[in-house]
Design a protein around this ligand. Structure first.
Ligand SMILES: Cc1cc2nc3c(=O)[nH]c(=O)nc-3n(C[C@H](O)[C@H](O)[C@H](O)COP(=O)(O)OP(=O)(O)OC[C@H]3O[C@@H](n4cnc5c(N)ncnc54)[C@H](O)[C@@H]3O)c2cc1C
Length: 416
C-alpha cells in the first residue's frame, strides 16, 4: 500500500498525479474464508480491519451488495460524540471517540475529524433535568460533557435564537467539546484501504441471499456471486439486519425506518459547532464546503426505501428556522434517506446469535456513525474470540430475554 505523505504527494506530482494506485483491490470471491463479513458499511469494514490488525485474522472477505458506504455510512449527518447516559453506553461510545482521535494516523487517510463541539439543547424543564443528569453521569465516566446556562449557550453559538418568546425557548444545553463531525465516506474508504492492505478481500456487488447452516452451526453464505464457505459469518447490515436474521432462521428485535437529511446551498462560515435539538427535532452543522447539513427524526412507518416523507422535512426546516431565523432564505440543494435499524431500547446489538459461528452487529439506529471505530473494534474481538468483548457484553441479544435493557432513548432515541 502506498503510504500517503508529503513525499508520496511530491513523487506523484512528477507524473501529473496519474499513477496513484487504487485504494483497494477488487478480487473475485474465493470459495472459502475464515470469516465472511456481510455488509460493506463503516462498521463491517472496521470489523474486518480490526480482525486483521488486532487478531491477525486476514483470511477475511467483506461482501457488500452495492458499493462501499452506499448504506447509512455515507448518508448520515456525521455527528460524533460520546455523551450517552448509562455506564455501558458511555464505555462503548467513549472507546469509539478515543479511536476516532487517532484514526487518520492509524488508517493513514484523513477522515477529517473536526472536534468543534456538540450542543444538545434543552427546551423544557424535563429536558433541563435530563440534560443536567446526563452531563453529571458523563463526568463520572470521565467524559468531557457539561451543562451550559442560556447565556453560556449564546456565547458558544451566537447565531442561535435565544429569545424567551419562542414556543420552545432554549433553557440550556449540554456541551461536549470533543464531539464534532467527520467525513463519512472517507471513513469507509480508509477502513477498506487499510483492511485490503492487510489481505482482506473486499467484494462489492455481491449480495448475500442465504445463510448456510449445518444443524446449529453456520457453514457459509449464498451470494449473487456463488457460495462462499466460512467458519464464521459476521453480519453488519444495519437496516437489513432482520432480513439477514430471517435467512438464518431467527428473529431480531429490529424495526427498519427511513431517516433523512438535507443540505443547503454553500454559504460563508457561520456555524462552528454542532447544534442538536431532540425536542424540536433538528440537528445542524456546517460542512467544510459551507453547506448546512441538517438532520431530522425518523419516519414512523417501516420501509426499505432510501427516502423519507415531505412532512418530516417540513417539520425539520420549521424547527431550523425557529432556532436560526437567519437561515430562513437559504435554498436547500438536496435531500436523501437511509434505512436505520432501531432497537426497542435505542441501543445496539453486538455479539453471538442462536447459530454457532454467526454474529450480528446492528441496531445502531439513528446514531451509529459515531460508533464506527469502537463498534468494529469490539465486534472483531467478539468474533475472533467467540466471546463478547467486555465493552460489548451488555449489548448481547439475550438482554431482550433477561430484561437487562440499556435504555438510551434520552441520549439516542431521537438524536444522532
Ligand atoms: C440520514 C441519516 C443521518 C444520520 N446521522 C447520524 C449522525 O449524525 N451521527 C451518527 O452517529 N449516526 C448517524 N446516522 C446513523 C449511522 O449512519 C448508522 O448507524 C451507521 O452508519 C451504520 O453503519 P453500518 O456500517 O452498520 O451500516 P451501513 O453503512 O448501512 O452498511 C450496511 C451495508 O450492508 C449492506 N447490505 C445489506 N444487505 C446486504 C446483503 N444481503 N448482502 C450484502 N450486503 C448487504 C448495505 O448495502 C450496506 O452497505 C444517520 C443515519 C442516517 C440514515
Amino acid at each position: 500500500m502506498t503510504r500517503y505523505s508529503i513525499w508520496s504527494l511530491a513523487r506523484n506530482a512528477l507524473t501529473w498525479h496519474e499513477n496513484w494506485p487504487r485504494y483497494w483491490r477488487s478480487p473475485d470471491p474465493r470459495p472459502e474464508y475464515d470469516v465472511v463479513v456481510v455488509g460493506g458499511g463503516g462498521h463491517g469494514l472496521a470489523t474486518a480491519y480490526y480482525l486483521a490488525k488486532e487478531h491477525g485474522i486476514t483470511n477475511v472477505a467483506v461482501v457488500e451488495k452495492g458499493w462501499l458506504g452506499g448504506g447509512n455510512t455515507a448518508r448520515n449527518t456525521t455527528i460524533v460524540r460520546s455523551n450517552y447516559l448509562f455506564d455501558e453506553s458511555a464505555a462503548l461510545y467513549e472507546l469509539s471517540l478515543k479511536l476516532w482521535e487517532g484514526l487518520s494516523r492509524d488508517l493513514n487517510l484523513n477522515v477529517m475529524l473536526s472536534q468543534r463541539g456538540v450542543l444538545n439543547l434543552a427546551h423544557t424543564l424535563g429536558d433541563v433535568r435530563a440534560g443536567r443528569r446526563r452531563a453529571e453521569a458523563n463526568r463520572l465516566n470521565g467524559i468531557d460533557s457539561h451543562w451550559l446556562e442560556p447565556d453560556e449557550v449564546a456565547k458558544v453559538c451566537p447565531i442561535l435564537n435565544m429569545s424567551r418568546s419562542l414556543r420552545y425557548p432554549v433553557l440550556g444545553s449540554t456541551w461536549q467539546p470533543r464531539g464534532g463531525v467527520a467525513r463519512h465516506d472517507a471513513v469507509a474508504w480508509g477502513y477498506a484501504r487499510a483492511a485490503d492492505a492487510r489481505g482482506v478481500d473486499i467484494i462489492q456487488n455481491c449480495e448475500v441471499t442465504g445463510i448456510n447452516r449445518n444443524g446449529d452451526r453456520v457453514t457459509g453464505v449464498e451470494t449473487t456471486r456463488g457460495t462462499i464457505r466460512a467458519k464464521k459469518v459476521a453480519v453488519v447490515t444495519a437496516g437489513h439486519s432482520s432480513v439477514l436474521a430471517e435467512m438464518a432462521g431467527f428473529r431480531m428485535p429490529i424495526s427498519s425506518h427511513p431517516l433523512q437529511a438535507l443540505v443547503s446551498e454553500p454559504i460563508k462560515p457561520v456555524l462552528d459547532c454542532v447544534v442538536m435539538s431532540g425536542a424540536i427535532h433538528v440537528y445542524v452543522s456546517q460542512s467544510d464546503k459551507g453547506e448546512l447539513v441538517i438532520g431530522a427524526g425518523i419516519d414512523s412507518y417501516n420501509s426499505y426505501a432510501q427516502r423519507g416523507s415531505f412532512h418530516v422535512i417540513e417539520g425539520q426546516t420549521a424547527a431550523l428556522v425557529e432556532l436560526f431565523p437567519m437561515f430562513s432564505r437559504l435554498k436547500m440543494m438536496r435531500s436523501w434517506g437511509g434505512i436505520v435499524d432501531t432497537c426497542p431500547d435505542a441501543s445496539p446489538i453486538i455479539g453471538k446469535t442462536p447459530v454457532k459461528g454467526l454474529y450480528f452487529n446492528c441496531g445502531w439506529g439513528t446514531g451509529g456513525f459515531k460508533a464506527t471505530p469502537g463498534s468494529g473494534y469490539v465486534f472483531a474481538a467478539t468474533v475472533a474470540n467467540d466471546e463478547p468483548h467486555p465493552v460489548a457484553a451488555p449489548f448481547a441479544l439475550d438482554r431482550f430475554t433477561t430484561g437487562a435493557l440499556v435504555d438510551e432513548h434520552g441520549a439516542a432515541g431521537v438524536a444522532h
